[in-house]
Design a protein around this ligand. Structure first.
Ligand SMILES: O=C1O[C@H](COP(=O)(O)O)[C@@H](O)[C@H](O)[C@H]1O
Length: 254
């Protein structure tokens, strides 16, 4: 697993613009290398802001959007089209504006979909979706992910893995139904840490003073069970993209 690298941008707006440029380049490079790029999206203010910036970028059209596989790292288990769903927000921010192939957009099921209110069944189905195109490069049944985007919550959650829960401890399954979340909505679906760690690159993106403590704890070696973001690492690269307030409690190296 890679060691975390930290990049601090001057403002949240700059972070979103710079991360968008980085994401476009990552997708274009992956397509040059193997035809299809595979991206795992996140919800949250920063993650959605990055997608908005991708949409606004003149370089957006350098991407062959029909050959991008889109997945989600987590989902708020709500009805289809609910404005709080990560999928809905990502579609409004970017996916509705670019010619993605609907067959390559792999959303997690809504709470009024074919699994009804059974988040565990919806999670098991998503695990099957991931397993059908699993990469042989890892021993875990998920596709090759070129880049997996994550946010960080005030208590250190990432994707929908919250501290001191069975879900952050999950070692076998790739996707779990998450219940009794401290942040609304209470029911979610999430990739697990083993699935996240199968990605080539993991980018954790966050802004604001409320994130300073969990960011410092994660980078200071906290246990993933206490600060789930600490356990999110990419095989080739782990990148923390921060604004100065989110970075403000990181101890300066001596
Ligand atoms: O609920 C969620 O929150 C986190 C962090 O969001 P933020 O708005 O504090 O940046 C996000 O990473 C996750 O995908 C989402 O479901």
């Amino acid at each position: 697993m890679s060691r975390p690298e930290v990049v601090v941008h001057g403002t949240g707006e700059l972070l979103a613009a710079a991360a968008a440029a980085r994401l476009i380049t990552r997708i274009v490079d992956a397509q040059a290398a193997h035809g299809v790029a595979s991206v795992v999206l996140t919800g949250g203010r920063t993650g959605i802001g990055v997608l908005e910036q991708v949409n606004r970028s003149p370089a957006r059209d350098a991407v062959d959007w029909a050959n991008v596989d889109v997945y989600w790292g987590d989902e708020r288990f709500l009805p289809d089209g609910d404005p709080d769903r990560n999928e809905t927000q990502a579609r409004h921010a970017l996916l509705d504006h670019v010619p993605v192939d609907p067959e390559r957009v792999h959303a997690m099921a809504p709470s009024d979909g074919k699994f009804g209110p059974d988040a565990d069944a919806a999670a098991a189905h998503y695990a099957e979706v991931l397993a059908t195109t699993a990469s042989r490069a890892t021993d875990i049944a998920v596709p090759h992910f070129d880049v997996l985007l994550l946010g960080v919550g005030e208590e250190g959650h990432t994707a929908s893995l919250f501290p001191d829960t069975p879900y952050v401890r999950e070692a076998q399954r790739t996707v779990v139904g998450v219940h009794d979340c401290p942040k609304p909505p209470p029911t979610r679906i999430s990739l697990t840490l083993p699935a996240i760690r199968a990605a080539s690159e993991v980018w954790l993106m966050t802004t604001g003073e409320a994130k300073a403590e969990p960011v410092a704890a994660a980078l200071g070696g906290a246990k993933p069970v206490d600060i789930p973001a600490a356990g999110a690492r990419g095989r080739d690269r782990t990148l923390w993209l921060l604004d100065p307030t989110a970075a403000s409690a990181i101890p300066t190296g001596g």
